[in-house]
Design a protein around this ligand. Structure first.
Ligand code: PLP
Length: 440
């Protein structure tokens, strides 16, 4: 019965998402009592805001299926929210609610028959989704010397290299894994190229509420509204990944209407609708109330303080880190230490990630998972988990911040002991490489 032909061959080429895999690996190690610095998984750990907890409990009796596009007042609310936040006109008919932005992105990739273009680096799941659908994914080249900046010329070059007239560009700002953000000038240039080449843009802005420089976020939809679908959700800024609620805002154009019609078909034939109690509770999340807005601002500030502190600590060791402008990731590059690493049998980003886990108990993800050439010794380090391991930690740190602790006090060893220990471990690791150098 178990014949090879039974399976879609595409799945032999793919493995479980590396982010979820590293999280399970670390949890297994923790359950055996092993100490691991968990920089492998990006998950905001703050508590569910009490208003949202209450709203979910209040709506536990909502048992019916909802429209595939989403609860109508929620679609209204999301349109108003995005219009207020991004300064772009959106109407409720443009909004779809889905079980996480990941599946909305998959749905959009499914209904389009297009080659996928991805900046280097890009989040782990975009390319495998294209592979599942039998589509080609093209990475747009970028350089660590340039902190992986997207160059319009490189985008044009990549577009020219594909003979498929249907093209889809997936942008993600602030970016997972680099923490970088796309600025207005660049977005304008990219919008011009996409308009000239009929490229549809999926703009994954799931981290926009976590821009460290508040209100600095700009969406490419400001410059290319007719061709851009914006993706977002509750997972990051409200620490609600497990609630599985994402949103898509289709372009305000005939193309957007076509996308919506097809997405409704896709949703109705797959997930039907997002859990009703979660959609009712999300009315509060998108309600622009001061309490929720203040909470998001505080959580964002704490992510910023922690991420910048860790980045500074790594840079002090000579590790090159891309600038961080949002989210809770650092793209750290170890090319500088190539000789010392080679003597330890480390030649690729995968080797490096494995080595750090085995020898120094630091969990990370290798750059190759994000489309970075394997020889580049770049890792994604998440900052969201350190000192937030237990259920009580996030509130402890949040309350400290609310009581007025400044950046230095907040990051003091007594409050962030795991972060301090992780940075010391990196220091030992780097010293072990330099020690080798001196022996030669
Ligand atoms: C860049 C990016 N996009 C999308 C997602 C998926 O988020 P959701 O929980 O909305 O499916 C993630 C989650 O890690 C992400 O980092």
């Amino acid at each position: 019965m178990l014949k090879n032909q039974l399976f879609n061959p595409v799945f032999s080429e793919l493995s479980p998402s590396s982010t979820l895999y590293i999280n399970e690996t670390v949890n297994a190690k923790w359950s055996q009592g092993e100490q691991v610095f968990h920089m492998g998984f990006g998950e905001s750990r703050f508590d569910v805001h009490p208003i949202l907890q209450r709203a979910l409990a209040q709506h536990a009796d909502k048992k019916s299926y909802l429209p595939a596009r989403g609860l109508p007042p929620l679609c209204e609310q999301v349109a108003t929210y995005y219009q207020t936040k991004l300064g772009i006109e959106f109407g409720a008919p443009q909004v779809m609610v889905g079980p996480g932005s990941k599946l909305l992105i998959y749905g959009l990739q499914t209904i389009l028959d297009a080659d996928l273009f991805l900046p280097t680096p890009s989040w782990v799941s975009y390319a495998p989704q294209a592979t599942i659908l039998g589509r080609r994914a093209h990475y747009i080249s970028a350089d660590i010397q340039d902190d992986y900046r997207l160059h319009p010329g490189a985008l044009e070059e990549a577009l020219l290299a594909s003979d498929n007239p249907n093209k889809l560009l997936l942008l993600n700002s602030p970016n997972n894994p680099s923490g970088g953000a796309l600025d207005a000038g660049l977005l304008q240039e990219v919008a011009g190229i996409c308009r000239a080449n009929d490229v549809i843009v999926l703009s994954d802005e799931i981290y926009f509420q976590l821009c460290f420089n508040r209100d600095s976020h700009i969406s490419i939809a400001s410059y290319y509204p007719e061709g851009t679908a914006v993706l977002g959700g509750l997972s990051k800024h409200l620490s609600l990944g497990g609630w599985r609620l994402g949103v898509a805002l289709m372009p305000g154009s005939p193309l957007g209407e076509e996308l919506m019609q097809r997405m409704v078909v896709f949703a109705s034939e797959t997930w039907s609708s997002v859990a009703a109690p979660v959609q009712y509770a999300a009315l509060q999340a998108y309600g622009l109330s001061d309490e929720i807005e203040d909470y998001v601002r505080d959580c964002c500030n704490i992510h910023a303080i922690r991420t910048r502190h860790i980045r500074r600590g790594l840079q002090a060791l000579g590790i090159h880190c891309c600038p961080v402008e949002g989210a809770f990731y650092i793209a750290a590059n170890f090319d500088e230490f190539r000789a010392g690493l080679a003597r330890k049998g480390v030649h690729t980003s995968s080797d490096l990630s494995r080595y750090l886990l085995q020898k120094h108990a630091i969990a990370s993800l290798p750059g190759i998972d994000f489309g970075i050439a394997e020889q580049q010794l770049t890792l994604r380090l998440s900052t969201s988990y350190l000192d937030m391991e237990s259920a009580a930690d996030p509130d402890r740190i949040y309350q400290l911040y609310r009581r007025g602790a400044d950046d230095e006090q907040l990051m003091a060893q007594q409050h962030h002991p795991v972060t301090a220990a992780a940075l010391s471990t990196f220091a030992e690791f780097i010293a072990s490489l330099e020690g080798d150098e001196q022996k030669l």
